[in-house]
Design a binder for this molecule. Sequence first.
Ligand code: FE
Length: 353
Amino acid sequence: MKKPFTTLCIALAAGWVSLVASASAHAQSVLNLYSARHYSTDEALYTNFTKATGIRIQRVDADDAGIISRLGTEGSASPADVVLLVDAARLWKAQVDGLFLPIKSAALETAIPIHLRAKPQTDGSTAWFGFSTRARVVVYDKLKVKPEDIDTYEELGEAKNKGRLCTRSGSHPYNLSLFGSMVEHIGPQKTEAWLRGLVANMARAPKGGDTDQVKAVASGECAVALTNSYYLARLMRSNKPEDKAVIERIGIAFPNQATWGTHVNIAGGAVARHSKNKDAAVKFLEYLASPEAQQYFANGNNEWPAAQGVVLDNPALQAMTGGTPFKSEVIPTSVVGMNQVKVQQMLDRVGYR
Ligand code: FE
């Protein structure tokens, strides 16, 4: 009774092999990219990559959460080769969910500083790499606030800033990453006390996105807020009179310049766990780390390049830092993800919605 079953298995296996063979022959020329980035300058990136390699990019656009859940649902049937996400905590989450295929690449390890990529696996491979950086900066009302009262993250939780602070939800990944970095810098106990201070200093309950916080400072509703740098750069580059008025009214501070440096988050990428086209996927990530691609990648969203030695020519970012580079923290980006669960529990305890 066993024989027909074995024969069937061999026949099925043979069919499967020929299917895989034809699939990989086809896969050589197309790379499936799942991207949380939707910036028009990224188009030039893909065109240049295709010109240089003959590999065509097929893109699926969704937000980070959408991509992570889609990869999970598709499992081993997923056509994804490369995944691009826009926050360290989300990259870490996707790694923990087993959605990435850790790789070894001398080119990437040379270009991307060690603190801007995943912690190496035991075999020396890396699950994801950062390709651009954004700073989480303080915005303040120049009419009401002295810059020396808000030039560290710690001061935002002190009594002198009571009734002034506006933020988006505490559980948003951008805040979770900042709070996770605070755990690394000052320890969990002081971080929880600090978070309690932030809640006590709120001008209103957390709501909206980063740009909403900036506008709330400009309108006088709040006096101090947190935002990612690229939202500010967008307002600075806008020609709308209302955006120009916002920039007129606010001051920008890069916190903790005298200590560990301003908190920096990343946008980054990885090879998808079930990629049928791993070599091309690695090639694409290596291309993203090249100086030319770094300009497009970072500039597409007014960010700073992650690759060493690449200097970005972006007038808004230059104006934001007064033309000189700012000091950014150098803790491993992966720890902000690891601290997330701890931070979420603190937020529940202190009532930070
Ligand atoms: Fe954003």
